[in-house]
Design a protein around this ligand. Structure first.
Ligand SMILES: Cc1cc2nc3c(=O)[nH]c(=O)nc-3n(C[C@H](O)[C@H](O)[C@H](O)COP(=O)(O)OP(=O)(O)OC[C@H]3O[C@@H](n4cnc5c(N)ncnc54)[C@H](O)[C@@H]3O)c2cc1C
Length: 284
């Protein structure tokens, strides 16, 4: 039988770590997953001045967190969640090609305020996708665009090329591809346009007629991760217990809004874990 966790914490930053640490101390069976452990927003800090009792730079901070994680025995699963789906008794979390099940979820996915392209939200599910493995087969024989946020997404562009007629690739780094139907393009994507569905990607050096645009970047907008999730701009709407509008789904850290600070993220991770525990008690 498949394993059903009490709680799945998504996001490997401070909020996610604090939620996973608190979940353990509350006796919850927790899956903690994220794209990378602690991540750039911890490692790149020049000097951490405002986290109680800590003095040092981001790398020192990351090392201190790792030492504590090892000592407390908090497992971390590397992976990018590409969908959180409501099921009868909880949630299914897709980390392609795997699926996990959990009775509650805490979203700690941070914010990527530079991420949004004009028109992106309007065509979500109508030609805009964040996951090659989930939606690639829908574009068999069609012209599509792939906007890559990091070199590791080159593999997903190759995967798309297995279905599409042509894949126009936009990447802010030098990228080489094996598939002959991948066309690296020079422009910077500015907007996604269409009518009922996507029709073109507009860049600063011209427009491309496409039926799909894959935005393959580290942060997936929360409303695209969990359908029906109430958001306000880039942020998930939460109450004081960090509950969202979806029963059993909580959010913590930068994803719930400013101030974008480590201490706030850590505090919210803890509160969300306690809220998940209470929710499980009420719905046992
Ligand atoms: C350069 C820099 C320096 C900073 N210095 C300070 C400072 O000195 N003091 C301070 O208080 N704050 C500082 N901040 C702000 C601080 O980094 C953030 O407030 C804090 O990291 C937020 O933590 P978080 O866990 O909410 O989000 P994040 O740290 O952004 O972590 C979110 C994680 O979730 C992962 N993720 C996203 N989507 C998915 C998905 N679909 N599946 C799996 N994983 C996913 C991301 O890859 C990321 O690792 C700094 C920020 C930057 C950029």
């Amino acid at each position: 039988m498949e394993h059903v966790y009490d709680v799945a914490v998504i996001g490997g930053g401070i909020a996610g770590y604090s939620a996973a640490l608190s979940a353990k101390s509350l006796g919850l069976d927790c899956l903690w997953l994220g794209e990378d452990l602690f991540g750039d927003k911890v490692k790149r800090s020049e000097y951490v001045r405002n986290y109680p009792s800590f003095l040092g730079n981001g790398v020192d901070f990351s090392n201190a967190l790792e030492a504590q994680r090892a000592r407390e025995g908090i497992p971390f699963t590397a992976g990018r969640a590409d969908g959180v789906f409501r099921m009868k008794d909880g949630f299914a979390i897709s980390v392609s090609p795997k699926m996990y099940s959990a009775r509650t979820v805490i979203l700690c996915t941070g914010v990527d305020l530079k991420g949004k392209l004009k028109g992106e939200g309007d065509f979500l599910g109508r030609g805009v996708s964040y996951c090659a493995v989930c939606d690639g087969a829908l574009y068999r024989g069609k012209k599509i665009a792939a906007v890559l946020g990091a070199p590791r997404f080159c593999e997903e562009a190759e995967y798309l090329a297995g279905f599409a007629q042509t894949v126009y690739v936009f990447a802010p780094f030098e990228a080489k591809f094996q598939a002959e139907n991948i066309i690296p393009c020079g422009g910077v994507p500015r907007a996604i346009e269409g009518e009922d569905r996507v029709r073109r990607l507009v860049t600063d050096s011209g427009a491309y007629d496409v039926e799909g645009v894959f935005l393959l970047r580290p942060a997936v907008p929360p409303e695209a991760l969990a359908g029906g999730l109430k958001t306000d701009g880039a942020h998930v709407v939460v109450d004081r217990t960090l509950a969202t509008n979806l029963g059993g789904l909580f959010a913590a850290g930068d994803v719930t809004g400013p101030p974008y600070q480590y201490a706030k993220a850590a505090g919210e991770g803890l509160v969300a874990a306690h809220s998940a525990k209470r929710y499980l008690g009420r719905n046992a």
